[in-house]
Design a protein around this ligand. Sequence first.
Ligand SMILES: [Fe+2]
Length: 334
Amino acid sequence: MEIQALGYVGLPTQAVDDWADYGSKFLGMQLVDRGKDYLNFRMDDRRQRLVVSADRADRSGFFGWEVADAKALNSLVARVEKAGTKVERMPKAIADQRRVKELVAFHDPVGNRLEVFYGAEIASDAFVPGRNISGFRTGPLGMGHAVLHVASLDEALPFYTEVIGLRISDFFTVPYRAYFFHVNPRHHSFAMIETGRNGIHHLMMELFMLDDVGQGYDLALGAEKGRIATTLGRHINDQMVSFYARTPSDFFIEYGWGGRSIEPATWQVEEITYGASLWGHDRDWLGEEQLAAARKLKLQAAVDGLREPVNVINGNYTAAPGACPWWDSVRKAG
Ligand SMILES: [Fe+2]
């Protein structure tokens, strides 16, 4: 399949000014351009990764899926058109705005705007974070993951799997229905949660160092009441340690560390039966009944001894020296 990564995202807002500080001084992105109704942020060596827009045309947001080249783009377009979905070739002015060589746009069956592009522009100057963070884990894994609310999973699922070729990582059905999809070793670049409405649920950005997330959590704790939507916790499927923050729009940012890498060639679809999280992630936006159900699942996971090693990358961990017979015996038993 052609899609290699979630390359960029456009988020809708009615509060552009609030997003400027939120994106740079809280999340740590670099604000590189701003207009009356938009902000452009960098997260790495690319000239642009995130657009925040108050333009009415962008009110459902847009999701920029990356392919290798024109050939891959054309092959994906042919399949989307064959499936009966209208595809628009975007003019150069839009490609310039997105900072890519070429892109097309179309809508998924529930009305989200998808863009497919190749040739992202690389900046000539270094990334300068908006606050002192180590940086975002992007590169071949893409900018993070996007999660959508959907009124009906069954309506959207065949389009994402059979037409544009995202591959299912895993899914769960309690305490709500959710499907997760990969396009590279990031466990999921995209997910859909069946909540009864359509829209953006959250965008996840992954940091290099755990302390970046902890320091972001401190900032969120000190911000306005309600900034934290989901407490610090760890997901079962991508093993991300993260919290969710409310944004100046009506969706969340998940701020995470330690996501797992998978091997797409040999990956088998799994059903997850313990819900979304190993521990933590108390969601203040769930109703009382769903919150109680989620807590019950987590406590059962704990009773059943569900735990996973953390996922590190070179340079962000130190292995403790020496031997510990007790730990060695635990590992052998596991
Ligand atoms: Fe997430």
